[in-house]
Design a protein around this ligand. Structure first.
Ligand SMILES: Nc1ncnc2c1ncn2[C@@H]1O[C@H](COP(=O)(O)OP(=O)(O)OP(=O)(O)O)[C@@H](O)[C@H]1O
Ligand SMILES: [Mg+2]
Length: 242
């Protein structure tokens, strides 16, 4: 469903990603881990065409997204959900309008159909009775859920979640991780998330990718990552697991 082949990216004169190659099969959940500044967000933004590779290719559902013009890219993006690291909710809109926004922008659904769909996804992310609240009235965990609802409201064959657990306590982190797994299964999405959270990544991801020094330091199932002999991976796991 997703293929990244030999991706190189420099930002300014700094290389950020070098020779990144991996695939994600349909229905998989992949977690991309690494230190702050490792390039996790930059990688995720390549998957939705917000960054374009200097070299290499990003193929989504058989289509090289670098070959698309803006209009074609928009169409592909309508099948993709993106949960931004900072949440990116509109502060001046209540929860209902935040979640309804993509439907109003990209579909010609009638108001009652929009309302039905918004309620359906808010239920799926376990949020009831908050439709008329504004983002600054919500806890961090609730904002992530609203962000997730907005990311999936158009239907997301590919779901990209940037640090869904950052800033949350251990219980909320586990809950949102489990929710991402539940939602991915319910909507049948192929999911790529980024995280610092090794334990929850082990918990929900079918495979993990650890990025260090612009490269993939390790990739595989939890068992394969735990057995890695790469010094950085061993140190990263020791620092991060409890
Ligand atoms: N738009 C940009 N222009 C220039 N440099 C950028 C841009 N976005 C990111 N970078 C640089 O790319 C590198 C990787 O950043 P990125 O945000 O992907 O890290 P990250 O792994 O997501 O970190 P964190 O865990 O803190 O979210 C950093 O050195 C950052 O300064
Ligand atoms: Mg990031």
């Amino acid at each position: 469903m997703i293929k990244v082949e030999g991706l190189y990216k420099k930002l300014g004169d700094q290389p950020v990603l070098e020779d990144i190659t991996f695939d994600v099969s349909e229905g998989e959940i992949i977690s991309v881990l690494g230190l702050s500044g490792a390039g996790k967000t930059v990688l995720l933004k390549h998957l939705i065409g917000l960054f374009r590779p200097d070299q290499g290719r990003v193929i989504i559902d058989g289509v090289d997204i670098d070959s698309l013009n803006e209009e074609q890219l928009l169409k592909v993006r309508c099948n993709m959900g993106y949960l931004f690291q900072e949440g990116a909710l509109y502060d001046f809109m209540d929860v209902f309008d935040n979640v309804a926004f993509p439907l109003r922008e990209h579909t010609s659904l009638k108001p009652e159909e929009i309302a039905g769909r918004v309620r359906e996804v808010l239920k799926l992310v376990d949020l009831d009775g908050v439709e008329s609240k504004f983002p600054d009235e919500l806890s961090g965990g609730m904002k992530k859920r609203v962000g997730l609802a907005r990311a999936i409201v158009l239907g997301a064959k590919v779901l990209l979640c940037d640090e869904p657990t950052s800033g949350l306590d251990p219980i909320r982190s586990r809950d949102i991780s489990d929710l991402i797994r539940h939602v991915s299964q319910q909507i049948g999405s192929t999911t790529v998330m980024t995280s610092h959270d090794v334990n929850n990544s082990f918990r929900i991801a079918s495979r993990l990718i650890i990025i260090n020094d612009c490269h993939i330091a390790a990739m595989g199932t939890a068992e394969q990552i735990k057995a890695s002999q790469v010094p950085f991976v061993r140190e990263f796991l020791q620092m991060s697991t409890v």
